[in-house]
Design a binder for this molecule. Structure first.
Ligand code: OAD
Length: 257
């Protein structure tokens, strides 16, 4: 992707400088420059090499638990190797400057946390919070997989220590509901912010993509950071066509932070 460095609109810098409540909504594009594949970008997208729509379902896990678990272990290893980039760091710094900041992510990696963000709202769950597929008991292991699983290698999921059923990834699959508390917190933050920043998301996947629309209805300023067009372009007040790791530090600097 060609490097583009869009100018920071002074009105947006001012809106950020004056905002008391900021909602930051992130998607896979925020982690792209850390080497994590996005879902829908051509060439690099996970889905161009693998049919994730087929793998990311409860039905797939029931039918082929080893294939699905192995795929998530591969992704977990990819995240473990990655390091947070300048966008993750800028968002963490912004939260220290704006106490009323809510960070809502669709990402299942932990790069926001590793950049220093606290209280991250994970709408689509986490690669790092596996749980029992039957009784729901949390299975806590955060270390990187012992050996690097090759993409596509089947790995048997561990058994739940409580009931013996297979452990499943702690992510939201197609057809599943978002975690209720995370969703309610995100809705409240979107409906009660001065500034809503949508960063690195295709804004295609609902209900998450409802959040910027809710912020707009509530009268917030909505800005988007994305090198590509999205359905939100026509509605957002500002569209910064650039990479998050380039734009976010410059946005903070322009706001005087
Ligand atoms: P997508 O892969 O749909 O979109 C990634 C977006 O990031 C695209 O709009 C890219 O243009 C943009 N992008 C790429 N590089 C970027 C960069 N360096 N800086 C900023 N933006 C960049 O990912 P999401 O919108 O996160 O859900 O996808 C939403 C959900 O779809 C995912 O959480 C996942 C999937 O279904 C579940 O797994 C439940």
């Amino acid at each position: 992707m060609a490097t583009v460095t869009p100018p920071i609109p002074p009105a947006l810098a001012q809106a950020l400088a004056q905002a008391r409540r900021v909602a930051v909504f992130t998607g896979a594009g925020v982690s792209a420059e850390s080497g994590i594949s996005t879902f829908r970008d051509p060439l690099s997208g996970l889905w161009s090499r693998f049919d994730a729509r087929a793998l990311a379902t409860p039905e797939a896990f029931a039918a082929q638990p080893d294939l699905v678990w192995g795929w998530y272990e591969w992704r977990r290893a990819q995240v473990a190797r990655a390091v947070p980039n300048a966008a993750h760091r800028a968002i963490a710094a912004l939260a220290r400057l704006v106490p009323g900041l809510a960070l809502i992510t669709q990402n299942v990696d932990n790069l926001h946390e590793r950049a220093g963000s606290e209280g991250v709202i994970h709408l689509h769950g986490s690669l790092h919070a596996p749980r029992c597929s039957a009784c729901g008991q949390a299975a806590s292991f955060t270390a990187a997989p012992a050996d690097e699983p090759a993409e596509g290698r089947a790995i048997a999921p561990p058994a739940c220590g409580h009931c013996g059923a297979p452990i499943r990834p702690g992510v939201v699959w197609f057809g599943e509901s978002l975690p209720a508390q995370a969703w309610q917190t995100a809705l409240a933050a979107a409906g009660d912010c001065d500034l809503f920043l949508s960063i690195g998301t295709s804004a295609l996947v609902y209900p998450a993509a409802e959040l910027p629309l809710r912020a707009l209805r509530a009268g917030a300023t909505v800005a988007q950071v994305n090198p590509a067009a999205t359905p939100l372009d026509a509605r957002a007040h500002f569209n910064l066509r650039g990479a998050a790791a380039d734009v976010m530090p410059r946005l903070l600097a322009a706001a005087g932070f």
